[in-house]
Design a protein around this ligand. Structure first.
Ligand SMILES: Cc1cc2nc3c(=O)[nH]c(=O)nc-3n(C[C@H](O)[C@H](O)[C@H](O)COP(=O)(O)OP(=O)(O)OC[C@H]3O[C@@H](n4cnc5c(N)ncnc54)[C@H](O)[C@@H]3O)c2cc1C
Ligand code: FES
Length: 295
């Protein structure tokens, strides 16, 4: 496992902004790029006093020695990174690759479903299934056309590709579950469906495949603290077992996951998260005011 290394740090070699809140960072880390496998994640500290946050390895390029992170600015740390992580800057620390890699190679026909930000982490799984010889159907869902990203990457790695938008501005109008319904009507021989996105979306995908007993893999995103199976922060209920997503997952059998418990637990720290964001925004305002005074 690669640890934080404050001396060499990890250079951001490319950045792309997909929307006002979604951005991609390509980070130089040859050892991580060599070790990474689809389904795994890293824990990142953007600066010395920063929070440690888990982020999926959305892509890796062994030849370039880089890993790619796709991040949604939802709170203090992800907004701070959105502001500060520009090309040529460095992340303070990266630990990983963490989690169990996805199981690839047993399925002959696979549906890979990504919703919103889940589109990025489902991509390496779609590519790996394709490389293993499977027939791959990609389904991605966005709120609207302007939020779509990586269409070309999916088209290059999928035998069929479906876009769904909430407002109908591109592809099928509706949720990814509508795309799944259409695919299941056309294909009676799906071996596996992989779904990554908000818990409510993954719950809907699991409900869509349950009547046909199609193996359904979901990638869970509970709040993680240490990422080593010690703190219990990321515990999830799967069937009659309690499991730790950081070491037992993040992939789990979607038909067994208790999504309601996951969604409830994700709400637990909302007041603290709100306060941290407000304090950071207030600090930014004071910085801006002082900078204005100096000039
Ligand atoms: C295995 C895994 C992979 C992830 N991959 C990605 C990814 O590729 N891109 C991405 O944008 N986000 C990803 N996330 C979620 C990301 O970690 C959180 O959005 C981030 O920690 C939010 O921090 P914040 O300070 O910006 O926001 P906060 O205001 O602190 O939190 C906003 C919301 O983010 C979630 N969150 C907060 N802290 C954590 C934490 N320590 N661990 C997990 N979730 C947290 C909670 O749902 C919270 O309500 C992943 C989470 C997990 C568990
Ligand atoms: S993050 Fe602590 S046990 Fe998983």
């Amino acid at each position: 496992m690669q640890e934080a290394n404050p001396d060499s740090s990890f250079e951001i070699v490319a950045r792309e902004d997909f929307s006002d809140v979604t951005y991609l960072l390509e980070v130089r880390h040859p050892l991580m790029a060599k070790a990474a496998r689809p389904g795994q994640f890293v824990i990142v500290m953007s600066h010395e006093h920063g929070e440690r946050i888990p982020l999926t390895i959305a892509d890796f390029d062994r030849a370039r020695g880089t890993i790619t992170l796709v991040i949604q600015a939802v709170g203090k740390t992800t907004r701070e990174m959105q502001r500060n992580c520009t090309v040529g800057t460095h992340l303070y620390g990266i630990v990983g690759p963490m989690g169990e890699p996805s199981h690839i190679g047993n399925a002959k026909k696979v549906v890979c479903v990504g919703g919103g930000l889940g589109v990025a982490p489902v991509f390496p799984q779609a590519r790996a299934h394709k490389e293993s010889g499977a027939y791959v159907i990609g389904i991605v869902g966005f709120r609207s056309r302007d939020l779509i990203f990586w269409e070309d990457k999916f088209r290059a790695n999928c035998d069929e590709f479906i876009i769904c938008t909430d407002d109908g501005s591109a592809g099928i109008k509706g949720l990814v579950t509508e795309g799944i319904r259409q695919v299941l009507d056309r294909h009676g021989d799906i071996d596996e469906l992989v779904a990554i996105g908000p818990p409510i979306m993954m719950k809907g995908c699991a409900a869509a495949t349950r009547p046909r007993r199609i193996r359904t893999v979901v990638s869970l995103n509970p709040v993680m603290v240490d990422g080593t199976g010690m703190c219990g922060g990321c515990r999830v209920k799967v069937g009659d077992k309690v499991m730790f997503a950081c070491v037992d997952g993040p992939d789990f059998d979607g038909h067994q996951v208790d999504f309601d418990d996951l969604m409830f637990r994700l709400q637990r720290f909302k007041p603290e998260e709100k306060l941290a964001l407000e304090r950071w925004q207030q600090g930014c305002r004071i910085e801006g005011r002082d900078a204005g005074r100096d000039s």
